[in-house]
Design a protein around this ligand. Structure first.
Ligand code: THU
Length: 132
């Protein structure tokens, strides 16, 4: 089980890292925080590029940071929290869902909008995901 305090902590960290977003094109800043099975937390923001397609989403930034630091064997995602500076309850995009599923097929996902926090699961967000 994930406690209310852990969830609140993740959302706060996501909110903080959102400030670091490089989003001059969309003007849509996103922050994400991931909680691993080992208790560690990693954060990431969206990093856009003048060549728009090279943009990296916040969720993937957080996951790639965790893998770079710990190695993939130690990255088992328990929960993901995502926020943005428009207070829109945006769930992770399709590409991010596939990447989250690689490391946390049963992770809980929270995304915060102005009407509160939406809770979902990866099994629900990406059923029958691609795997090799
Ligand atoms: N974005 C994310 O960071 N995460 C998502 O799941 C979807 C979208 C970013 C990408 C881009 O910088 C901005 O939001 C607008 O699409």
């Amino acid at each position: 089980m994930i406690s209310f305090d852990q969830k609140d902590h993740l959302l706060r960290l996501a909110r903080a890292v959102q400030e670091n977003a490089h989003a001059p094109y969309s003007k849509f800043r996103v922050g994400a925080a991931i909680l691993l099975e080992n208790g560690e937390i990693f954060t990431g923001c969206n990093v856009e590029n003048a060549s728009y397609g090279l943009t990296n989403c916040a969720e993937r930034s957080a996951i790639f940071t965790a893998v770079s630091k710990l190695g993939s064997a130690n990255v088992k995602i328990k929960a993901v929290a995502v926020v943005n500076d428009h207070d829109a309850a945006c769930s992770p995009c399709g590409a991010c869902r596939q990447v989250i599923a690689e490391f946390g097929p049963h992770a809980v996902v929270w995304y915060q909008g102005r009407n509160g926090i939406v809770e979902n699961t990866m099994s629900n967000l990406l059923p029958d995901c691609f795997s090799l």
